[in-house]
Structure formats: C-alpha cells, structure tokens
Write a protein that binds this ligand. Structure first.
Ligand code: PEP
Ligand code: MG
Length: 579
C-alpha cells in the first residue's frame, strides 16, 4: 500500500482503477537511414498516420450522444489537421531529401509549423498551434510505440475510473465530464486553477499537485481518492477500503440532510437576507443550480462556449445559449460574464506544454483586455447578451477590470450595441444592469472610482488572491502561499464592500472563497450579502448562513481586520466558525 499526498481541490471520495494518461511529448530520436530503407520508412510513417485516423474515428464513435457538439468538433479538427499535406506529406519529402527517420522528419515539420503559428497576430489562430502539436504527438506515439500499447484518449468512456495525469486543462476537464470518471489526480495544478474550479462544479473528486503521480501509479491499479484531504491511497488493504466505503456513505447521508434546507429561506438568525447564487460554466449546468434552489446565477463563465471546437461561436449560437439560460432560470437574475479567455483558458483547450512561451499569460492579454484588443470578438458577444436580455433578468459583468478607461470603453461599446439593435428593431432590456468584477488589486483599491458608474460589483477572489499575493493560480510550487486570510486580501475585500455600500450598489463575491465554508462567517461579518458559488457548495453555505448571527459576526470581523498576528487571526476566524 502506498499513500501519496497532494492538494485536495474537490471533495468527495472515489474508489476505482487508475487510468494513467501519459501525454508528455515523447523523446524524438534522430538517425540517418541508407537510401534503400527510405521507402520502408515512408510506409512506417503512413501506417502511423492511418493508425491515428482509426484512433480518432474510434474516439468520435465513443462520444456519448448526450455530449455537447463541441466535443466531437475537437476530434474533427484533429482529423482535418491529420489529413493536411503539411502533416501527412511534407515529412515524407524531408525523409527522402534528408534520408532521416520518420520521427525526426515529423518533428522538424512540426517545429516549422509551430513557428508559423507563433507569429500569427490573431490570438485565436495562434492558439491552434496546440491542436497541431496534439496531432503530431499522436503520430509520434504511434511511431514509437509497439502496436499493443494502445494509447489513451480521454474521450473514451471511463466509468468510475480515476484519471491520473501530469496536468489537465479546463477544456480537458469539460471532456472528462462526459466520460463519467470517478475522480482525477494530477502531478501539477493549484486549488484555484480553472481546472480545480471545474472539478468542484462537476462534483468530481480531485487532487492536484501529487508530485510524480504518473510515475508511481500504473494503469489498472486500485486507488482511493479523498478529494477533501488530498490523500491518494494506492493498492489499499481491505480494511482501509472498507473505512473509505463507510465515509462515502457518510457523505451521501450528509447530502441528504442538507437537502432538507433546500426550500428554507437564506437568512441569518437575526433576519438578514443573504443572496446565494450559483456559478455555471455551460448552459446545462443550470440543472445543478436549480437542484439546490439557487436564487440566481451570479457568474456564467461564457468562455467555455469557446473551448474544444475548431471555430468561434457566432452571435446566433451565443444568443441561443444565453437566452436558454435566461429562460431556464425563469425570472431569476443571470449574470453573464463577458469572455475571459487567456491565461489557463484557451479556445482549443491546449495544455501548458513545455513549448509554451515563458511569459506569464495571467498578466497578459486576457479577459476584457483581449476583448478590447479585438472588438470583432467582443461585439458579437455584446449583441448576443443584449438580445438574450429580452428573455429574462440578464446582467452583464466585465472581468478583469484594472482601469477606469477599460470600463468606459466597454460601457461605450454597450451603448453602441444598444443603438445598433434599436435600429434593427431587435428587442433587448434597455435597463440591462452592467457590473464589474473586482479581481485585480488596482480595481479593489480604486473600487470607489468604479462603483458610481456600475450597477453592481462582484469580487473574484481567485484572481484577486493570485494577483495580490503574486502566486500563479496554476503553479503547484506556490500553492503553499495561497491564503484567502492574508491581511492584504481581507483589506481589499473590505474596501470593495465599503465602496459598493457608499455608492449604493450591491457587492457580490463569485470567487471560490464564496463557496468555502471556512470563510462564510467572516465574509458575512465583513458585510457581504451576496455569494455566488459552484452549486454543490450552496446548501452547506446556506446552513451556515441560517445558523449565524450577523451582529455578532460584525464585531468579530472588525477584530479580524485589526489583527496583525497571523496565528491570532486564524484563531479568531476559527472562533467565529464555532460561535
Ligand atoms: C475569480 O477570479 O475569482 C473568478 C470568479 O473568475 P475566474 O475564476 O473565472 O477567473
Ligand atoms: Mg477571474
């Protein structure tokens, strides 16, 4: 029996067989071949291509009918790339000219293509580089592996198995949802990476930052995942398995208990109403939000509509998706966040490969910056959101604001879009509420400057913590520095809440901190009255709200803000949670 530790990012217990994904780029050998062997080498290359085609077609046939169309789109893109002359023919020319082996000819061609993609101005086309590299890796593995070593693909059905991988992108995680996996474990990753957030919202138990998990674990080995404590047990003894089975039953029992407060009001003991909303990533997630009686959608991460597909969603497709959500929640507010692509969220689900440039993408052209840089990407989305506002209580939210200038440019674009729609007689809500995310420290510090121009603010603690503490949210090496209770983070949160109150606009929180039971009472004490979180956390948070006395928590929160000593601060928060 072996016990490994990592960071538990999505609670729950899973017991199942390991399914190890080896997706690191294989080592590519280079050697010269005598002329008479070149045609054999070409045949070997063509056969690897044919195998790749069969594999991709098989994967496509295994995709469940219920899966969204973007899942088969990614496979179609790979098939198109596979058939492109640049991949299927150019390496053959190199083999014949340079008399080299197939792997090397393919690698040379793939390096050339990567350089071409890298120079493209269009960020969308530039990101297609990852698709090409995934197809090249597939062919390389076919060339390097013996035929019985059938390599993995995460789009196969994986009922109950535990995926072990070096790293998973948010797009991978969306794909995993449809394979019915039991849990996942990765060598890399952090607790507020988008992959971790998705795991929580999909209710997939998950542990990240288990160093060398892919090295120690073999395919088919028996695993136990405790996603809360971050414990991974390999080949557990029978008594240990029985203990975890018992804990699984306890979790089911607890969930049933929480069900009983579903219909109860969300208010504190002293009668203050607290809004509990849900975060969603795809229109289908509405079902989970409705199941826990969320009062609305506090964050709809629209970028997931752009992932795992070869093309961009057009205005019409976006309009249908947003209108579907607006109608499905029937009169409750839906906060549609405009595109937050960039950083770890790519259009094509590309992973952070070793070939990625080393500049920090989290500080780059992301979210509202990308949208303002390329308004041809942004305008269709604004039109789609405005049109969807005719079908329900839609609110528009701008991510990653860091300057007033950005906010004014977006507000102008919204006004222009309204005029355009009016001209075309397209219905929309002329009173559409527009809010801003406070997730960059600069915006938190100047929240009082933003607030008078917006209808609401929403604190994105995932990025706020990342940028305040200078810790990359996907880098496991700095996970230990992640601390929502860091005094600087708490001060920025308090400042934002105060700024909203002075301007008379609501302040919500939609980062992971809002769905973490350890911080609910402190946030209530700081004056937060609107929380948005993954649906699976909502009832637990409601239970805490209903057992809290706001007047008492306010006194505690003031003390927390005044406390200088970290351990004293943590002790105070613990005391708050016990009160
Ligand atoms: C956040 O940063 O807290 C947030 C809610 O946005 P995202 O996690 O999508 O970056
Ligand atoms: Mg964010």
């Amino acid at each position: 029996m072996l016990v490994l530790h990592g960071t538990g990012v999505s609670s729950g217990i899973a017991i199942g067989k390991a399914y190890v994904l080896h997706r690191e780029r294989p080592e590519v050998p280079e050697y010269a071949l005598p002329e008479h062997l070149i045609e054999d080498e070409v045949r070997r290359f063509n056969s690897a291509i044919a195998t790749a085609r069969t594999q991709l077609e098989r994967i496509r046939n295994h995709i469940p009918k219920s899966a969204p169309p973007e899942i088969s789109s990614i496979i179609d893109t790979h098939l198109l790339i596979l058939h492109d002359k640049m991949i299927s023919e150019a390496p053959v020319v190199t083999m014949r000219q340079k008399q080299c082996n197939a792997e090397w000819a393919l690698k040379t061609q793939s390096d050339l293509l990567a350089a071409v993609f890298e120079q493209m101005d269009d960020p969308y086309l530039r990101s297609k580089k990852t698709d090409v590299s995934q197809v090249v890796d597939r062919i390389l593995r076919n060339l390097l592996m013996s035929t019985d070593e059938e390599h993995e693909q995460i789009t196969d059905a994986l009922d109950g198995q535990i995926v072990v991988a070096n790293d998973l992108t948010p797009a991978d995680t969306v794909l995993l949802k449809h394979t019915r996996i039991g849990a996942f474990v990765t060598n890399l990753g952090g607790p507020i990476s988008h992959t971790a957030i998705l795991a929580r919202s999909l209710e997939i138990p998950a542990i990240v930052a288990v160093h060398n998990a892919t090295r120690y674990i073999r395919n088919g080995e028996d695993l136990i995942v405790d996603g809360k404590l971050g414990v991974l047990v390999v080949a557990a003894e029978r008594s240990i398995v029985a203990e975890y089975q018992r804990r699984q039953k306890d979790i089911v029992h607890l969930k049933r208990e929480l069900e009983t407060i579903k219909a109860s009001r969300s208010e504190t003991r002293d009668g203050c109403a607290i809004i509990l909303n849900a975060n969603i990533e795809l229109p289908d997630d509405i079902k989970a939000a409705t199941k826990v009686a969320a009062q609305g959608i506090g964050l709809y991460r629209t970028e997931f509509l752009y992932m795992n597909r070869p093309d961009l969603p057009g205005e019409e497709e976006q309009y249908k998706a947003y209108a579907k959500v607006a109608k499905a929640v029937a009169g409750k507010p839906v906060t549609i966040r405009t595109l937050d692509l960039g950083a770890d969220k790519r259009v094509d689900g590309g992973s952070r490969g070793s070939d990625t440039v080393t500049i920090n993408p989290a500080l780059g052209l992301r979210a509202v910056r990308l949208c303002l840089h390329d308004t041809s990407l942004f305008r269709p989305q604004l039109r789609a959101i405005l049109r969807a506002s005719a079908h329900g209580q839609v609110r528009l939210m701008i991510p990653m604001l860091s300057s007033l200038g950005e906010m004014f440019r977006v507000l102008d674009l919204i006004e222009e879009t309204k005029a355009e729609l009016k001209h075309k007689n397209e219905p929309f809500d002329s009173e559409l509420q527009v809010g801003g995310m406070i997730e960059v420290p600069a915006a938190a510090v100047s929240a009082d400057l933003f607030a008078p121009h917006l209808d609401f603010l929403s604190i994105g603690t995932n990025d706020l913590i990342q940028y305040t503490l200078a810790i990359d949210r996907v880098d496991e090496a700095v996970n230990y520095l992640y601390d929502p209770l860091h005094p600087s983070v708490l001060r920025l949160i308090a400042m934002t809440i105060r700024a909203g109150k002075s301007a008379g606009i609501p302040v919500a929180m939609c980062g992971e901190m809002a769905g973490d039971a350890r911080y609910t009472r402190l946030l209530l004490g700081l004056g937060l009255s609107e929380f948005s979180m993954h649906p699976s956390a909502l009832l637990e948070i409601k239970k805490i709200v209903r057992e809290s006395d706001l007047a008492e928590l306010r006194r505690f929160a003031d003390k927390v803000l005044d406390t200088r000593d970290t351990s004293e601060l943590h002790a105070l928060v613990d005391k708050m949670n016990e009160s």
